[in-house]
Design a protein around this ligand. Structure first.
Ligand code: UT7
Length: 326
């Protein structure tokens, strides 16, 4: 068990909403195709001048207020993102500046849609080890800034947002009862951002060829997501020493409603116990789980001591499932 308590959560999505009807005017698609193939109805889009860290700061401020702590009490900031404001400084450095907290270590995690779950494991472990008492873990993405708006296979899927949680040392019987986390870099080519790094630095050619946009072989990714989210959810439940009946709420990563349904079937969790946000947010990568968690808490679907299951799969590939006693 990794013992810690979540004392505050926050979430933020940009104001601008892009509906399926809007997308019908942009590419050869339909509300019917997007709804039946993915479950998405609309998504939020960051402003041109809005970056990943701006959204984290808003989510973090909500979490700090809820936790009723002074921001100076935060010992470490961890931001999970694959769309940082700049390659460097890290998004977490921009967040630290925005929050006005000095003299603490901060760092980013690059684990795509699984990033927030990696962050909970790492943040919780740092508390357990005595390295920190209070850790801010956030997941934030502006995937619409690396979206090819001419590619109907990807542009209908993503939305922007940020979520945050404040983890604190506790004597309560709370934290991660069990978890599994994984990666398989040999499959990375199936979902990637080809240009802009040291392999293929940005040039006139990369821009002309659209290699600065996210590329995905959707149906291949789909097969692995279904298999690995299901498998890891089952293993995390086993490691936690509970059964699926003990789970109050399942909050999965939301890339496709069909992936979620299949994960539920494999893990023996009814859809009625599964929290769905894909219709209103689309796939927000690392932000999906923390924003959904915040929303579920605001709807009072989870109370202290309830058991929550999280499961995610994303680029890398990376995947993880966590059983949290809230
Ligand atoms: O965030 C974590 C990682 N990401 C994921 O987990 C995403 C996993 N993948 C998926 O969710 C699905 O594969 C997609 C939603 C991306 C695509 O659904 P699919 O059922 O796998 O469709 P497909 O790519 O096999 O395409 C089926 C058909 C094709 O037409 P033909 O060749 O059968 O005539 C596509 O061209 O659907 C067509 N299509 C579309 N049609 C209307 C693809 N995108 C669209 C679209 N509107 N937006």
């Amino acid at each position: 068990m990794i013992r810690f308590e979540i004392i505050g959560t926050g979430g933020y999505v940009p104001k601008k909403i892009l509906t399926n009807a809007d997308l019908e005017k942009m590419v050869d698609t339909s509300d019917e195709w997007i709804t039946t193939r993915t479950g998405i109805k609309e998504r939020h889009i960051a402003r041109e001048d809005e970056a990943t860290s701006d959204m984290v700061i808003k989510a973090a401020e909500e979490a700090i207020n809820e936790a009723k702590i002074d921001r100076e009490e935060i010992d470490i900031v961890i931001v999970a993102t694959v769309t940082p404001d700049t390659a460097f400084p890290s998004a977490s450095c921009w967040v630290q500046k925005g929050l006005g907290i000095k003299n603490i270590p901060v760092f980013d995690i690059s684990a795509a849609c699984t990033g927030f779950l990696y962050g909970l494991i790492i943040g919780g472990s740092l508390i357990q080890a005595g390295t920190a008492r209070t850790v801010l873990v956030a997941g934030s993405e502006t995937l619409t800034k690396i979206t090819d708006w001419k590619d109907r296979g990807t542009c209908v899927l993503f939305g922007d947002g940020a979520g945050a949680a404040i983890l604190r040392k506790t004597e309560r019987d709370a934290g991660l009862l069990g978890y599994t986390w994984h990666a398989d870099g040999s499959l990375g080519h199936l979902l990637s951002l080809p240009a802009g790094g040291s392999r293929l630095p940005a040039s006139e050619t990369t821009v002309k060829e659209g290699l600065h946009f996210l590329k995905m072989q959707g149906n291949e990714v789909f097969k692995y997501a279904v298999r690995y989210m299901g498998e890891s959810a089952v293993n995390a439940i086993k490691k936690a020493g509970i059964t699926s009946e003990d789970i109050k709420l399942f909050i999965p990563h939301q890339a496709n409603i069909r992936i979620i349904q299949s994960t539920c079937e494999r893990a023996g969790i009814p859809m009625e116990k599964t929290y769905i946000t894909i219709d209103r947010y689309g796939n927000m990568s690392a932000a999906t789980i923390p924003v959904s968690f915040r929303d579920a808490l605001r709807e009072k679907l989870i109370k202290r001591d309830d058991i929550v299951l999280f499961s995610a799969f994303g680029a890398g590939f990376t995947w993880a499932s966590l059983v949290l006693k809230y």
